[in-house]
Design a protein around this ligand. Structure first.
Ligand SMILES: Cc1cc2nc3c(=O)[nH]c(=O)nc-3n(C[C@H](O)[C@H](O)[C@H](O)COP(=O)(O)OP(=O)(O)OC[C@H]3O[C@@H](n4cnc5c(N)ncnc54)[C@H](O)[C@@H]3O)c2cc1C
Length: 333
């Protein structure tokens, strides 16, 4: 499993600042047991210590954004390397694309590394090398399939005439190579949209089991096209769910907060990328394991200052979410 920033990111940055990505449809997220084996961390003390974490202790520093130590060595499990067949599959109907991707991700005999869905007109408007091959009404699915699974995949897709394979990395006549399909997914979708339309922003949403499909449809009915779905299949506790990195047409901060609230009220948790603090941008609670380790490892609070509310303001209550007073909008000068 790796971040869509694989070409530039470090593995330390992925563990400190990421959560999962290409491969998470099959192997889950970084926080899942077994996906990180060991971390070596150097503390920020007058006499720095080198400490090693495994098992329960990994949560002290993973996804802590470097607030409580510098990761200097990692031990990660590996899976076999394949020449993954990367594909784009087109659909006229958005929900058919969602069902197709979910059912494919659930096929136990077909090994996939990526399944994502882009609501129309994302592919047409923002994926410049894909644009000549789709129209504004195309809902697109991006896939990575292990070569030995292609027979199973072809059978699966032939049973669903609504699915049209328009690109295969190992066999196509596209004049311009679209590059790796995973570089259209995860946060690269937002990056591509921003290059075309700087007024775009995004949200990170969890469409959890068992009502993920209903929630996706409900949010689409309520918010499309102001909010366009971009979904990533994700394995969580043995179930296929979806992470939404929804593209939002930004108007005002009030409206953005309203959109967040509409999701949260419906039961779709938002990991708000518009809040830079660890707690408000994440699981919306204080992680005592990270806070307690920071007290030991960075007693002067020198690492990533301002990131951890629990460090700066131990009495802050999360009852009124997104109300941390130190986070103020930038005023223009
Ligand atoms: C376009 C785009 C796509 C992305 N796609 C994904 C994705 O698919 N999946 C995903 O999980 N995330 C994704 N992210 C966020 C993800 O965190 C980064 O892409 C990547 O993992 C960061 O690696 P980096 O080496 O660039 O770290 P940086 O961005 O340099 O650092 C990330 C954070 O970790 C801290 N840090 C960095 N190195 C260390 C270290 N050695 N020890 C302690 N702290 C450290 C930094 O202080 C910072 O807080 C994406 C971001 C962007 C901009």
């Amino acid at each position: 499993m790796f971040s869509s920033t694989w070409a530039t990111a470090t593995i330390g940055g992925f563990i400190a600042g990421g959560s999962g990505g290409v491969g998470s449809c099959t192997w889950g997220s970084l926080r899942d047991l077994g996906n990180i084996i060991r971390l070596r961390v150097v503390t920020m003390e007058a006499e720095p210590r080198v400490v090693e974490f495994r098992g329960e202790e990994l949560a002290r520093v993973s996804h802590a954004y470097g607030t409580n130590g510098i990761i200097t060595e990692v031990e990660m499990p590996l899976a076999p390397a394949y020449d993954w067949v990367e594909m784009f599959v087109a659909f006229d109907n958005f929900m058919e694309a969602v069902h197709y991707s979910e059912q494919l991700a659930k096929e136990d005999g077909i090994l996939i590394k990526l399944a994502n869905i882009f609501e129309a007109p994302v592919a047409h408007d923002y994926f410049q090398r894909v644009k000549p091959h789709v129209d504004p009404g195309t809902n697109l699915v991006g896939l990575m399939i292990a070569p030995h699974s292609m027979d199973g995949f072809n059978t699966f897709t032939a049973r669903r005439p609504e699915a049209r394979v328009i690109y295969r990395s190992d066999d196509n006549d596209w004049e311009r190579n679209p590059g790796p399909v995973f570089e259209y997914g995860w946060n690269h979708t937002t990056l591509r949209a921003l290059k075309v339309d700087p007024s775009i922003t995004y949200l990170q949403v969890r469409f959890g089991h068992p009502n993920h499909i209903e929630l996706i449809e409900q949010m689409r009915d309520a918010l499309s096209p102001e909010v366009l779905h971009h979904l990533e299949a994700l394995r969580e506790n043995g179930k296929v769910i979806f992470a939404g990195l929804s593209l939002v047409k930004f108007t005002t901060e009030e409206r953005l907060n309203e959109i967040v609230k509409i999701h949260e009220d419906a039961g779709a948790m938002v990991f708000n990328p518009h809040r830079y603090t660890l707690e408000e941008g994440g699981r919306q609670t204080v992680d005592d394991r990270q806070l307690n380790f920071k007290k030991e490892s960075d007693p002067k609070g020198l690492l990533n200052p301002g990131k951890m509310i629990a460090w700066d303001d131990p009495d802050f209550s999360f009852d009124d979410m997104y109300a941390y007073p130190k986070l103020q909008p930038l005023t223009e000068v």
